[in-house]
Each structure stands twice: as C-alpha cells, then as structure tokens.
Design a protein around this ligand. Sequence first.
Ligand code: C2O
Ligand code: CU
Length: 566
Amino acid sequence: MLSTSMLLFLCFIGIVLLGGVKPSHGLVRNYTFELTNSAHSRLCTNKTMLTINGQFPGPTIYARRGDLVNVVVINSADHNITIHWHGVKMPRYPWSDGPEFVTQCPISPGTRFNQRIVLSDEEGTLWWHAHSDWSRNSVYGALIILPPRGESYPFRKPYHEVPILLGDWFNRDVQEIMEEFLASGGDPEVSDSFLINGQPGDLHPCSKQDIFRLKVESGKTYLLRIVNAVMNNIMFFKIANHNVTVVGTDAAYTKPLTSDYIAISPGQTIDLLLVANQPPSHYYMASRAYATGTNFDSTNTTAILEYAGNYTPPASPAFPSFPPFDSTAASHNFTTQLRSLASQKYPVDVPKNVTDTLFFTLSMNLRPCANDSCAGPNSERLLASVNNVTLQLPRTDFLQAYYGNINGVYTTDFPDNPPFPFNYTGDWNLTSPLLRPQNGTSVNVLDFNATVELVFQGTSFVGGIGHPMHLHGYSFYVVGSGFGNFNWTRDPLNYNLVDPPLMETIAVPRNGWTAIRFKANNPGVWFMHCHFERHVSWGMGMVFIVKDGPGLDEKMLPPPPDMPLC
Ligand code: C2O
Ligand code: CU
C-alpha cells in the first residue's frame, strides 16, 4: 500500500515533470512519436517519406475527455518538424500547439520536444499532423477522445468504432513539390491519388491489394470517425446503397443528421453511424474531390464494406454515385444542415452580446514577377491573403516574441476590416489593382473574454474558391453563411443562435460568406488559416493574440524548459 506521503510525493514528481500542466479532470497518458524517413510504396511507386514510428498513417492516440496526453516527439529524420494537435484547445498552454514560427521553432534533426496535449471539453474525433512545410502529407494520425469512464455516448452504443482517414499520395516527394511551386509562382501539382486509411483502393494501378476493408455484421451499428487529412481538397465521401447518420463534428456532438453522402473539409472531422442493413455483399465506400477549378485530382479512392456471411461476392461491388465535382450546392447543403446537439448535458453557449466585430476577406491574389517570369495566371505569382495581408512568417515565433517582449518580430495592426470595401464577389478581371496584396507579419489583439463575431467574406479574385478556415485554440459557433456579399443589416437576422454547430474548421462557400462567434477566453497566440495547404503556403493565414485575464487562472502558463530554439 502506498502511504499518503508517498502518493503526494509521486504527484509532486508528476507535476514537476509535466511543467506545471495538470489534466483538467482526467488521467495522464504517454506516447512516443519518433520521426524517421521510412520507405512506402503505392501506385507502382516506391519512395521514402517522413513518418511517425514508421507508420502511415501515423499512430492513433486514444484518450478520454479531460485527459492530459504527454507526447515525446523525437526527430530522428533529416528534416525540421513540428506537430499540431488539431482541434485541441490547449487551455492557457499554446506552447505545445505546434504551428511552425507561430507558437514554436521547429524541432530540428537530432532533438526532441515533450509536448503536452491539454484536453478539456473535446469529446469525439480529432487528429494530429505536422505543421511545418508540407510534411503533414505523410505525418498525421487520429486523436480519439472517448467520454470519461462510466459515461456513454449521446447515441446508441456502436458495435465497433473505426477511424477513416482521408489522405493523399503524391508519387513525387512533397518537399520538392512545395519548393517548386513556391519558386515558380504557379499552382502545385495535384496528388496522384486520394487515400482511405493510407490505401488508394483497387481502382488505381498496382493497387489490387492496397485497399482498406471494413468487415461488418448484418444488423450491427458502426461508428466511423472520419478525418479529412487531404492537403488541398474538400472531399465527398459516400457508401454505396447505405445512408449514414452524422452524430458529431470536430469533437462536439451534433443532432443526428441522416444523409447518403458527406462533404468534409481538410482539417474537419465527422463522426457518423453506419448500420449494416443491406443485403450481405461487398459495397464500395469511396471518396473524391469537390473542386470548382480544373486543376485537381479527379480520381476516386475506394475501400470495401464487406458483410460477413455465406454469399458469393459480386465481381465488382456497387459503386456510390457522387454529386458532380463542382457541386458547390452539394458541399454547402450538407455543411449547413449540421446542428449542435444542444441537449441538457451538451448545452450550447453562443455569445449573444458581441463586443468585437471582425470582417475578414479571403482572397486569392496575383503579384507581377520580373520579366513576366512566373507560372501563375498572367505570368504572375499566385498569392493569397486575409484582409489583403499576405502572411509572412517570422524567423522566430510569434509566441516567444510575445511572451518575451521581443520587439521587431511582428506588428499588432492586423486590420479588423479589409482596407476598403468593394464588390467582393463581383466580376473582377485579373489585372485589377485590387488583386495586389501587402505582405505582413501582424497580429490582431483580442482582450480576454471579448465576445467575437467574425465574418469571413470570400472574394471572386482569380475565379474564387471555397476556403476551409481553421482556428487554433478555440472552437466556434457557425451562426450563418450564404452566397454573395455579406449584408450587415439583412444577414444577421437569419443567424442561428439556438443550435449552431460548434466547429474549429469551417468551409466558407465559394464566393460567399460564413459568420462565426466565439468567446476569447483562452489566452495565448493562436493561428488562424485556410486548411488548404497551398493557400496557407501562399499566405492565407493570420494570428490572434488573446491577452491574459485578471484572474490567476486566466493567464498563459509559463513555457516548458525544452522549447525548441530557432
Ligand atoms: Cu490542422 Cu493549423 O491546422
Ligand atoms: Cu483557402
């Protein structure tokens, strides 16, 4: 038997080791992530790529609500890395959040960093991924947060749970692809296939065996935890002959929503129930892009839903019929049907009295190159911006500069509104001077407990496209969205303040707008960006600093001793 003093001593050691970070109400769980280059082959191509523990997709982290997950990240590869815990709010502890040059310097080869993943009210499916260069293409995995021990889901208990990670495969090295398109000023090359749980499926060359099989028993219910880890595309996902029922997104429960397909943004997660209620057979589940341009991977990735029993499997399983690739309606209609569960146990807390109103334009942009030498439209360079600011990351990180009062790293003038109003979704031609963005390394400062309404306004520059916007450190309520220019008098009248979905990534529709609300109650430095990797590479991101509050438990915690150095 341990004596009380022994227990106290062990607790003390634990707290010292964890740098003062304690689980909010759960347990401490430990993982080791070793980054290495490992060999993988898909689509008749062998390559080495960065992976965690040699696995692709990477290891799944399991935890319960309120746990503290301690991950030792060891860089045994030849490339800098950072790891982000996508959708984890990290209350008062941005130090382990992960975005390179925003909250930390990279973990360089031969070094390690102990990251503390501070779970609070998240429950459901999240994920983790590299947040430096384009490494997240192969460095990602699921983060599954179960209800606390003894508590159940707010839906019928599933017979089995299965993570379904959508990803993509490039035959070429992604680091090379990234360097090339950033040098040329044009679009990056598109992926060679999408993946379900790391497999392209049997419609691709050399991939007869490279397919994920989900074995089910007739009559049983399965919980599919879907993560979109794709680099550059919103995806449609569908199972032939089966409906699915969405019960959660971004680690928050939703009202059950039954549909025969889903649309999921990069960064977003969707938990859904699948009932094996069709005649025993093999059925394809498949995923393909929603894309409005012409430059995209138009292939299907497949997995097989395989019923148990004695039957002759069909020579080729039934294939789901998808909405057209460019169906903005299909993407938008699905997303706008999501609603918070809003039950007694899982209430909503939508801010009603807004103190800070922000209006952010999301634009593609062009910038002329010397001698018309760039590979973008008009021989110019493709860029992207928020409120016409193209984010330039500093050489050190924002968080360290903020915490250490280091001057000259960033400015605090990130604008609340675009520099001037214009017809955001009008017919702009490529030569308009409006398309020219300014470079900036600026932050928008929010007071502790400010109640923020942020309206994202898409623009039609360079054709216009939807943007999956992701905010670190928070979840937000999506209170409204629509097409065209946001109207300040008319559109707020239609906000849903009763049961809007609680999310951390939301697709702003092409040439439209989305309004979100959140309470700035998590002090720190938090990245917000488009989760299309090419767009964030082009500068579509900005940084919020949320100030400390007056209370002792309303201030940022101090940094751990092993923060990576630049
Ligand atoms: Cu999933 Cu800043 O990212
Ligand atoms: Cu974008």
